[in-house]
Structures are given as structure tokens and as C-alpha cells.
Ligand binder design. Structure first.
Ligand SMILES: *[C@@H]1O[C@H](CO)[C@@H](O)[C@H](O)[C@H]1NC(C)=O
Ligand SMILES: *[C@@H]1O[C@H](CO)[C@@H](O)[C@H](O)[C@H]1NC(C)=O
Length: 398
């Protein structure tokens, strides 16, 4: 029994390791291996992003590379499910449609995305933003848009339905968000395969966005694929740039907000076992400030609506403030920003007052304009104490 169990655990560890071999720079040999199973001590505060599973703290950029790997493994095991490694990918371009085929273990699936080239005088190859569900931010001029129908890859509900699961099986651990993120990586594979001469897309300048559930997916895509330079989750709330611990506390205090126990009731966005953890998120060795920290030092803009309690405005603001500590330690505090403004209950309709914040982040990341991209803007009538939630400090990493 014991041997069988550890054999099984070995397989789990291997699949996570395989997943991590993709889409990331090779890790320093000194990383060693991390415990991929086991319990963590309960922690009602946002976990220290620099505390490693072995009890020591990150003191250098090399150690942070290892810690990122550990965080990615923990997220896959406990919340999001495993991101499978790159399968065999082929791609073709016809007009403005890229058809992408993925095969693995004798099975294959195909899906397609459409490219909208920028209008006007922009010069190819263009930077491009992949929009889950098309995205709903105002796209800056000079930028191509790649529309990705992520619901085709994984439906919201039930877990296990969609092309991702046709390829990997309906019982695969990946929740919808990770299945969508896997699809984003395959789109980038296709762009790389076809090349800029054909696609007119510069794979060195890619962004990802989406709103609401698709914003949660955009953040996961950015956290798990280092080829994406700009990550813009819009009104994604809990499960996106919101921290579970803060949002659950808000709920306890009486705010009508989507907390972790509610979010797992309907949609299959997370790995199925997260249903059990959602009742007591204090056992998680991470929270979503660390999901955002995985994007560092690449550009991250959190776009939120302070007019919808359900999104947990103090949670998304506070969680982003905690993530900024990671960016600061990496010397990139000016690469993470939040734009949070009330536009009532109109969800996913960015008001003109926030569009300048969006264009600034793309102007810097895609066109190297020197504009402020480290702002922390909110019109929310709440106070957030970083000290209360983040009882740690991160020193600059040499
Ligand atoms: C919930 O209420 C307590 C007690 O007033 C307060 O300390 C805490 O900050 C509140 N939580 C949030 C997320 O606002
Ligand atoms: C970006 O702009 C900075 C000045 O703002 C300049 O020093 C740098 O060389 C530019 N980089 C590129 C790749 O053009």
C-alpha cells in the first residue's frame, strides 16, 4: 500500500515537473527538489512570498527562480491543476485565421484563433494581445488583437468538458482556468512556428487580457508562460487578482462578495480537489499576491471596478499591494499597477477615465515610452492595511 502510494505520488510529481519544463527558462541546478505533497501550517495572513518550503528565505534572484518554481508547483497541486507540457503542435494560417492542432498520446484536437491587424500606419511585425473571449479593454493603436474562444477549450461548467479534456481526458486535474492558460501557450507556439513573416506578429511583444472569468484565466496564462510580456486581467476579482484570505474576511464581515466557498460551487475553474481546501484557505502556502508575483518582472496591470462589491475591491487592491512587494524586491515596482474605479454595476465596460491607464502600460511595454506604469489608483472608500495582512518585508534581491 505504502509503496503504491509513493509510486503514485512520484507520478504526480513527475507530471508537475514536466509541466514546469515548458515555457520557462531552465532552473539553476542548485534548486534541488521541493516537497510536492504534504500539509502546510495554517496561516490566516498572506503567506511570505520569500519563505521556502524548507523554512529558509529567498536571498538572491537565483533563489527566487527556485521559489517561483515551488509556487508554480503548489498552485498546480492545490488550486489550479496541472498544466500539461507542450504537446506536438502544428499550425496553419488562412486569411486572418490561425488553425492550431495539438496531438498527444494518439489523440488530437484542433482549434482556431483570429487575428485583427492594427489599422493605420503601424509597421509589421506588430505587438499583439491575446484576448480570452476577445477581451474588452480598449486596444491601443498599433497593436494586433488575437481573439481566443477559451470556452471552446474548457466550458465553465461542468469540469472536464471541452477540447482540452478531449485531448487529456475528462478527469484531468486542470481546472478551466489552467486549461484556458494551456491554450494561450499553444497559440504562442503556433505564432512561433508560423513566424513573423507570415503572421506579422512579433512574438517578443505579446500581451494577454480578458474580463471577469476570462480575466482570471488571463492572469493564470501570464503567471504560467514567461513568453507573455504584458498581463491585464480586467474585473477578475476573486480567483484573479483578489486574495482568498482577504475576500473571505470581507465576507465574514458582511460584504456580499464572492468568496472561496462560493466560487467552487458552480463553475469548474479550479482543480476539483480545491472544493475541499476552499473551506479553509489558511492551509494554502500561497495566496494570489504570489500568483501575481509569478508574472514579475513582466508588466502587470490590474483593472478593477470599485463599484461592484462582488469583485471584492479591497481584496484586489490589497492583494496587488502585496504583490507589489515582490516586484519591489526585484527592482520592478514600476511594472505592476492597479486602476480601480467605480463605474457602477456595468461589468466589463471600461469607462473612459481608465483607458489612459491601460494605454500607458502598453505604451511602455510595447513601444518603450517612458510613462508611469507603477500607479496604485483606487477611488474605493475603504482602508487597507498592508501591515495587517502582510506581516513580512522583502528586501531587495541582489
Ligand atoms: C473585518 O473586520 C475586522 C474587525 O473590524 C477588521 O479588522 C478587518 O480589517 C476587516 N476585514 C476586511 C477585509 O476589511
Ligand atoms: C527605451 O527607452 C530608454 C529611454 O527611455 C532607452 O534608454 C532605451 O535604449 C530604449 N530601449 C529600446 C529597446 O529602444
Amino acid at each position: 500500500m505504502k509503496a503504491a502510494a509513493s509510486f503514485f505520488l512520484g507520478l504526480v510529481a513527475l507530471s508537475v515537473q514536466q509541466a514546469l519544463a515548458q515555457e520557462q527558462a531552465p532552473l539553476p541546478a542548485s534548486c534541488g527538489s521541493f516537497p510536492t505533497q504534504g500539509q502546510y501550517p495554517k496561516n490566516p495572513k498572506l503567506p511570505d512570498p520569500f519563505l521556502k518550503a524548507d523554512g529558509t528565505r529567498v536571498k538572491s534572484r537565483e533563489e527566487w527562480a527556485c521559489k517561483r518554481d515551488e509556487i508554480r508547483q503548489q498552485f498546480q497541486r492545490l488550486e489550479l491543476g496541472v498544466k500539461p507540457p507542450k504537446p506536438t503542435v502544428t499550425a496553419s494560417l488562412s486569411g486572418n485565421t490561425i488553425s492550431i492542432s495539438c496531438s498527444e498520446g494518439g489523440k488530437s484536437i484542433s482549434f482556431s484563433v483570429t487575428i485583427r491587424a492594427p489599422s493605420g500606419t503601424a509597421q509589421a511585425p506588430y505587438p499583439a494581445v491575446i484576448g480570452l473571449g476577445g477581451g474588452s479593454i480598449p486596444y491601443p493603436s498599433g497593436v494586433a488583437v488575437i481573439s481566443y474562444n477559451n470556452q471552446d477549450m474548457a466550458v465553465d461548467n461542468p469540469h472536464g468538458r471541452g477540447k482540452f479534456y478531449d485531448l487529456y481526458g475528462s478527469t484531468h486535474t486542470a481546472g478551466g482556468l489552467m486549461a484556458w492558460a494551456w491554450g494561450v501557450s499553444r497559440i504562442i507556439d503556433a505564432l512561433e512556428l508560423l513566424g513573423a513573416a507570415k503572421t506579422k506578429i512579433d512574438v517578443g511583444r505579446l500581451g494577454v487580457t480578458g474580463c471577469s472569468r476570462n480575466g482570471k484565466g488571463a492572469l493564470v496564462a501570464g503567471a504560467f508562460d514567461d513568453r507573455i510580456g504584458v498581463v491585464v486581467p480586467q474585473e477578475a476579482g476573486s480567483g484573479g487578482p483578489g486574495c482568498w484570505r482577504i475576500v473571505n474576511d470581507m465576507k465574514k464581515n458582511g460584504t456580499k462578495v464572492e468568496d472561496s466557498t462560493q466560487i467552487v460551487q458552480g463553475d469548474g475553474w479550479f482543480t476539483p480537489s480545491f472544493v475541499r481546501t476552499a473551506d479553509d484557505v489558511s492551509v494554502l502556502p500561497f495566496d494570489h499576491h504570489m500568483l501575481m508575483g509569478l508574472v514579475a518582472p513582466r508588466a502587470l496591470l490590474v483593472v478593477e471596478n470599485s463599484g461592484i462589491d462582488y469583485l471584492g475591491p479591497p481584496s484586489t487592491f490589497g492583494c496587488t499591494a502585496a504583490a507589489k512587494e515582490i516586484y519591489k524586491a526585484l527592482g520592478a515596482a514600476d511594472r505592476i499597477a492597479i486602476s480601480q474605479a467605480s463605474h457602477g454595476s456595468s461589468h466589463c465596460q471600461l469607462p473612459a477615465s481608465q483607458s489612459g491607464d491601460v494605454s500607458a502600460v502598453f505604451a511602455r511595454a510595447f513601444f518603450n515610452q517612458s510613462v508611469d506604469t507603477g500607479f496604485m489608483k483606487t477611488d474605493g472608500k475603504f482602508s487597507f492595511s498592508l501591515e495587517q495582512w502582510a506581516p513580512w518585508s522583502l528586501s531587495a534581491l541582489p
